[in-house]
Design a protein around this ligand. Structure first.
Ligand code: FA5
Length: 339
């Protein structure tokens, strides 16, 4: 038995040198020092086979072996943890941490959310409609039958002869009216629009619009005016001046363009406002009686106003950005400046 103990000592110590990490060290501990099935325990269980006169010597040898293995185990454990301790000494834990770079919301998203917040205070809810739209809704139900000259106002991407990438969010007016009729409506309809037109500093082929629509009894142009003034003052500052210019859209009557005094030059005239003192913020008007009818509302009972704004243009005015192409060219040096 004493030879067995000697043999165990040798293999255990050899094995211990092979344990190269804490997991292997633990395996070693279980294998040799484990209380239930460890090799040392197995050896001690064999004491009954040792002649009585040799038991005391065997017991003492087994005990010494146990202490030796335990000490060897602890020494190896200390040895293995040393590199980590050494490494810790080379780290200056008093240094400030490296900043984690976080993404941020795109300027268009920020602007849209700001607009939603302002219109929500006025009772407008957000509703979204498809970007791929039928020609019927994009044009026909908005008073532009095939070959109507006003279609030229929107250079169109056709998916097929009956389906277009919507050129504006105005078809959402019909969709919302048909959804809510005969209830009163106060909604904003944001989304992407597409136009087959040359990309310039002011125009993209893909851009956002926020359509607004209010339908009910006794809604007048004064309501539209109040809504636009309130929006301009909340978005750009309390002293903003707003003016309405006559315009033409086939789906509104009367139609207007809404301008705001230039926030850069305060009406004096500068490059941003092309020296007019005013910048356009949207197209708008009273919903045409035929469009109300197409949406299911009786124009003798109901009236409504609608507007269509470009959030990129709103952001350009607000942040003095002179080129819309910066929005979607994915240059983080530009995008990182906002928010
Ligand atoms: C329209 O699209 C009308 N549907 C607006 C409307 C709605 C009128 C409801 C009456 C009632 P317009 O083409 O002017 O109108 O576009 C509206 C706004 O979209 C513009 O003022 C501008 O801010 C934005 N916009 C238009 N084209 C572009 C473009 N290519 N790039 C960026 N923004 C654009």
């Amino acid at each position: 038995m004493l030879e067995k103990a000697e043999e165990l000592k040798k293999t255990a110590l050899d094995d211990l040198q092979g344990a190269a990490n804490p997991a292997e060290l633990n395996e070693w501990r279980v294998k040799y020092l484990g209380r239930k099935a460890g090799a040392l325990t197995q050896l001690l269980r064999g004491i009954s086979q040792v002649p009585v006169e040799e038991r005391a010597a065997f017991g003492q040898a087994a005990n010494e072996l146990k202490n030796l293995l335990q000490a060897a185990y602890e020494a190896r454990e200390e040895e293995l943890s040393r590199p980590a301790v050494e490494m810790l000494k080379t780290i200056d834990v008093t240094l400030p941490g490296r900043p984690v770079s976080l993404g941020r919301l795109h300027l268009t998203t920020q602007t849209l959310r700001e607009m939603y917040g302002i219109f929500a205070q006025m009772g407008f809810q957000v509703e979204e409609w498809p970007e791929v739209e039928t020609d019927y809704l994009n044009f026909e139900l908005l008073n532009m039958p095939p070959d109507h000259p006003a279609r030229d106002m929107w250079d169109t991407f056709y998916v097929n002869p009956r389906v277009v990438l919507r050129t504006h969010t105005s078809p959402g007016q019909i969709r919302s009216m048909r959804r809510h009729c005969p209830d009163p409506i106060r909604v904003i309809l944001p989304g992407k629009c597409y136009r087959y037109e040359a990309v310039t500093a002011r125009s993209e082929f893909m851009f956002y619009q926020v359509e607004g629509l209010a339908v009910g009894r006794r809604i007048t142009l004064a309501d539209l005016k109040g809504t636009m003034i309130d929006f301009a003052r909340q978005m750009f500052g309390a002293d903003r001046q707003v003016r309405f210019r006559c315009s033409y859209f086939p789906f509104t009557e009367p139609s207007v363009e809404v301008d705001m005094d230039c926030i850069i030059c305060r009406g004096e005239g500068c490059r941003v406002c092309k020296h007019t003192g005013w910048v356009e913020i949207c197209g708008a008007g009273m919903v045409h009686p035929q469009v109300l009818t197409n949406g299911g509302y009786d124009p003798d009972v109901y009236s409504g106003f609608a507007f269509g704004m470009g959030p990129e243009r709103i952001a350009m005015i607000k942040h003095n950005i002179d080129d819309i192409r910066l929005f979607y060219s994915n240059d983080v040096r530009f995008l990182g400046q906002f928010g």
